[in-house]
Design a protein around this ligand. Structure first.
Ligand SMILES: N=C(N)NCCCC[C@H](N)C(=O)O
Ligand SMILES: O=C(O)CCC(=O)C(=O)O
Ligand SMILES: [Fe+2]
Length: 325
């Protein structure tokens, strides 16, 4: 459960990245990071990450490419429209994505891990298909592939720190749980309030994220994302230039029996400028079975607070609700 935080901690994760093969537990800097991760995941469910090693040119490059895409004429964007038959990959126009039944004032391109048809049986068929990227600007697909691969690696390293913070065994999120993450990514554009024909609509209504760990790459000059604390106050996630904003999703919330919080958040762009953000969702394996682990049950009162779910079923149910009505 999120506490009464009134700001979001900033964590330099570089000590976790110094050796790609393993984490050096004798390094006091590593222990310091782990301690900060624990506090952030337990009390806030959100934290900024710096010292992540992703080049600024790539971080800004993907936002600029997204911004240029959203400037294209409607017909051009609709050439890569998302539907159930594209595996929920592609473009969604303004007000077509719903949160709690209300239309969101954002447009987006959604992408998921690509996989060979048949890999995941009948359930996998819902998500089959290549990601749909525009032909313009040139090199779009290549840049997004690079970005996805880089963020997947970074997420894995941060998750190693999270596992230490949870005092879990090193392979806690390897193998069948999250050894082969079914990650996804959204390029999101939110018009500023000045230009909006729908002044009451939020960019994204209040929600929690679905998976393990989310890394948000957001425009530096607009504060739009807000995070709910236990006093029901919306705390602004003011952009920290060069840092990703990270948060915990429902699956980590379930596995840790609520010890680590999937915190509710929303997006309201009340500035006059168009805002671009790119959340990267590091998720469990497609077929992962997710239920409170015994170790965390013991630490949180001994009772399971959540039902068992299969990640792919949970995801499909969420996505279908996004496009209802
Ligand atoms: N892949 C993730 N986590 N996307 C979060 C989107 C949240 C808004 C969506 N309309 C909803 O209601 O879930
Ligand atoms: O746009 C943002 O800053 C966050 C987006 C978000 O919360 C989401 O897509 O789940
Ligand atoms: Fe979110």
């Amino acid at each position: 459960m999120a506490s009464n935080f009134d700001s979001i901690p900033l964590i330099d994760v570089s000590p976790l990245l110094s050796n790609p093969e393993t984490i050096n537990l004798d390094d006091p800097n590593v222990l310091q990071v782990v301690k900060k991760l624990h506090e952030a995941c337990q009390n806030v469910g959100f934290f900024y990450v710096k010292g992540h090693g992703i080049p600024d040119t790539l971080v800004k490059g993907v936002r600029d490419a997204a911004r240029n895409f959203f400037l294209l004429p409607h017909e051009e964007k609709m050439k890569i429209q998302l539907s159930a038959s594209t595996g929920y990959r592609g473009y969604t126009k303004l007000l077509d994505n719903k949160t709690q039944g209300k239309a969101d004032l954002h447009e987006s391109i959604d992408a998921y891990t690509e996989f060979a048809p048949g890999t995941y049986g009948p359930m996998g068929e819902h998500f089959e298909g290549p990601n749909l990227w525009p032909e313009y600007p040139q090199g779009f697909k290549e840049m997004m592939d690079d970005y996805g691969n880089a963020l997947e690696k970074l997420s894995k390293m941060i998750m190693r720190g999270v596992v230490l913070a949870l005092r879990g065994s090193p392979n806690l999120f390897e193998g069948d749980r999250a050894g082969k993450s079914f990650w996804s990514m959204r390029l999101i554009g939110c018009p500023g309030s000045g230009s909006a024909a729908h002044p009451s609509a939020m960019g994204i209504g209040a929600h929690r994220d679905y998976g393990l760990l989310i890394l948000v790459n957001q425009d530096d000059d607009i504060t739009a994302l807000e995070v709910l604390n236990r006093r029901d106050e919306w705390i602004p996630a003011v952009p920290v230039p060069g840092a990703f904003l990270c948060n915990i999703g429902d699956m980590l919330n379930i596995w840790s029996n609520g010890m680590y919080t999937a915190t509710t958040h929303r997006v309201i762009n009340s500035s006059s400028k168009y805002r671009v953000s790119i959340p990267f969702f590091y998720e469990p394996n497609f077929q992962a079975i997710v239920e409170p682990l015994e170790f965390y049950k013991q630490k949180t009162g001994g009772v399971s607070r959540f039902q068992k779910v299969v990640y792919a079923e949970y995801l499909l149910n969420k996505i279908r609700n996004n496009f209802v009505g």
